[in-house]
Design a protein around this ligand. Sequence first.
Ligand SMILES: C[S@@+](CC[C@H](N)C(=O)[O-])C[C@H]1O[C@@H](n2cnc3c(N)ncnc32)[C@H](O)[C@@H]1O
Length: 280
Amino acid sequence: MGNKPSSQTRRQRTNYYGGMFLYDENEIDRVQIQHHFARESYNGNFSSPVKDVLRTGGATVLDVGCGAATFLCEMAADYPRTHYFGVDLLPTCPNTLPHNVKFLQRDVLKGLPFADNTFDFVYVRFLVLDLTEYEWEKVIKECTRVLKPNGWIEMMEPKFAMSNQGPTTERVMSAIQARARARSVDPLIVDKLGGFLTSMKCLRQVNTEMREVPCGSWGGKKGQLGAMFIRDVVKKHLRFIDSILNIRQSEYDNVLNNFTQEIELHRSYFEFYRYFAQKH
Ligand SMILES: C[S@@+](CC[C@H](N)C(=O)[O-])C[C@H]1O[C@@H](n2cnc3c(N)ncnc32)[C@H](O)[C@@H]1O
């Protein structure tokens, strides 16, 4: 079990990037790429067997740490008879949302503002760099509390480690991992998420799916999206890891170009996981 964060850490809580999303156009692009990458990696937005219940009408879906609600907005178009709720620590959502999508600004670690057994489907994606191990367990318990019996919880997270790394890739990925660990965040937490679900007595049928994500045109369309995703992650991180890498801002483009060439040349890839389970 991870360490409990100090009250000081909790008081200062903001998201991983220390600020809000969607304050510039690049960020909007990044969020869209992230969403397309997630969906295309698995040829669909989710793996849980919830299509029938979503089609029926009157079902409810919750996205925890929903960011710009890209997942929810697409789900609202695909399954318009369902009601969607997104929760995020920060006001990350666009002002205009589909009529059946509601956004609430809340810290999930302080508890979700919903009664027990409310949702048919609870979804969590890309919180890997935001939560410590202790916080993951807390979030999973809270998500499970608000899940209806027979409802499904699904989590989708990458492992922040690459295979077939070139020298720049290795330096950059090690620096991202070091920064995460300095905040008590485990960049390889995906290896433990299935175990957390299995340890919850109220959950059954814990499923694990994994895709190796190619990064580069050598991996076809998925490889191009994988490269865009990981490149954007690195680009966004550079200002947080420049002291670890011992580089100045004027060198960011150079590092990014080397990274992009290397992942192509070395055929780098990373693992991307989905875990899903049903409540008794
Ligand atoms: C990398 S973004 C992913 C957003 C979205 N899930 C997606 O797939 O596009 C992580 C989001 O989690 C939110 N977040 C982090 N800690 C949170 C917390 N304790 N409670 C609610 N949201 C949180 C952040 O503000 C951020 O919007």
